[in-house]
Design a protein around this ligand. Structure first.
Ligand SMILES: Cc1cc2nc3c(=O)[nH]c(=O)nc-3n(C[C@H](O)[C@H](O)[C@H](O)COP(=O)(O)OP(=O)(O)OC[C@H]3O[C@@H](n4cnc5c(N)ncnc54)[C@H](O)[C@@H]3O)c2cc1C
Length: 401
């Protein structure tokens, strides 16, 4: 990278940092800093602030309401947001279906959906997985049969995150059962209020309602709601998954967690000596730091390739694999640092500010949230393609084994 490019990106980083410092509301910053789950209202409020600034859709073209930042700029923006305790933006509309509609949607779809996503007026969820079709997603069975101007959809989707708070779902459905399984799939945009749709909550072990199962019984969806060509949905979905994996390296989130670990290690006393001064812990910390540096540089190499207009291939899987596994390693180190204070879990700690709780978590401020976040992070090595699947992709499609 040239010296002028480096200084341009440096100035951009400062601009982003200053904006967040001035505009991120203190209550929202505190929610994220303390490790609580933000409310939908908090995320929406932050998205509206970014929308007013014109920064809510970093990857979208300017003429469609985006910023058209380069991949390097987007990376800086995401990292600064994570380090400054901004709530993560809702990825379903802004990073997943929005870019897909931009790339493959009709003009009518762009005119209708994109402004609503930008203004946080409508929330989306993703209907890909089915019972029996997760890792082997192409085997999905939800069927869409053309009938006049509509498709009639029957089947079920599972593990759909946030459906209970969403307005619409983008769904992979089978439109041709008689061809190779990847070639008979289409992508539909479905209003969740359409008759024939029912939603069953799935309550997690952590007592939180995050997942759902959706049932489609003779649901009529206009053919005009199909994105792109019939039977090309698998190809379109893969395009978005590739972009998702670039983002799922979670370098900002990892850096934030590492910073927290260092702060805690400097405070926690084990056997009369600060943890940060003990060799065994320092060695672990250094190893995690080296892994994070390697991840960061690998990501930067991918970003430079993306900036040069090169297509990113299946090797991008290594970012998702390393980033999600590193977060879990840092979680285990945090647990070692706080010991048994990191084990209790109470759902209300995730939702209610500490000052308003009847009964506070035991131990230090940071220990109470540890179990909750540690369990939440377990999902990182499953969602968007499990670690085992990423390793298979790397061994087969990258290393040719
Ligand atoms: C936090 C979270 C959010 C999610 N949100 C959504 C959502 O919004 N919308 C949606 O559609 N889905 C969502 N999912 C579902 C997710 O995409 C699936 O869980 C994932 O694809 C794995 O599928 P599965 O659960 O059916 O597991 P399976 O595919 O049954 O896998 C079970 C185990 O077997 C392993 N395995 C499977 N195949 C192989 C193989 N060939 N070689 C080696 N090991 C293998 C897997 O790695 C895993 O450990 C979410 C999941 C999580 C955890």
């Amino acid at each position: 990278m040239s010296a002028s490019e480096t200084s341009r990106l440096g100035a951009f980083r400062i601009e982003v940092r200053d904006f967040i410092r001035d505009k991120l509301p203190d209550d929202i910053r505190e929610t994220v800093r303390s490790g609580r789950l933000g409310t939908a209202g908090e995320t929406q409020r932050w998205q509206k602030i970014l929308h007013e600034k014109g920064w809510v859709a970093p990857s979208w073209p300017v003429e469609l309401g985006g910023v058209d930042w380069t991949p390097m700029q987007r990376n800086i923006f995401e990292e600064e947001c994570a380090l400054a305790d901004c709530p993560p933006l809702d990825p379903m509309g802004l990073s997943m279906i929005g870019p897909l509609i931009i790339a493959r949607g009709s003009q009518a779809q762009k005119d209708f959906y994109l402004p609503r996503i930008l203004a946080s007026e409508e929330k989306w969820c993703q209907g890909y997985s089915e019972p029996g079709s997760g890792s082997d997603l192409a085997s999905l069975q939800t069927r869409a049969v053309a009938d006049g101007d509509d498709y009639v959809v029957n089947g079920t989707k599972i593990w759909t995150s946030g459906t209970h708070a969403a307005d619409r779902i983008f769904c992979l459905v089978r439109t041709d059962p008689d061809v190779k399984k990847q070639e008979g799939i289409s992508l539909l945009l479905i209003d969740l209020k359409t008759p024939g749709i029912s939603i069953r909550p799935i309550i997690g072990l952590n007592e939180m309602h995050f997942f759902n199962q959706i049932f489609f019984d003779d649901v009529r969806v206009p053919i005009a709601n199909r994105v792109g060509e019939e039977n090309r949905g698998w190809t379109y979905a893969k395009e978005v998954l590739g972009d998702e994996r670039l983002q799922l390296s979670r370098t900002g989130e990892n850096k934030r967690l590492l910073r927290q670990l260092k702060t805690i290690a400097a405070q926690e006393d084990h056997g009369g000596e600060k943890l940060a001064d003990q060799d065994w812990f320092r060695r672990k910390l250094r190893r995690a730091e080296v892994r994070l540096k390697a991840l960061d540089y690998t990501k930067l190499r991918f970003l430079q390739r993306a900036e040069a207009g090169e297509a990113i291939g299946p090797e991008v899987s290594m970012l998702k694999l390393q980033g999600s596994e590193l977060i879990q390693e840092l979680d285990e180190m945090l647990l070692e640092a706080v010991g048994h204070y990191g084990l209790p879990y109470d759902k209300s700690w995730m939702l209610i500010p500490r000052s308003e709780l009847n009964e506070s978590p035991i131990g230090s401020d940071y220990a109470g949230m540890l179990s909750a976040n540690r369990f939440r992070h377990k999902g990182y090595t499953i969602a968007g393609g499990s670690s085992e699947v990423q390793r298979t992709i790397i061994s087969k499609r990258v290393l040719g084994l």
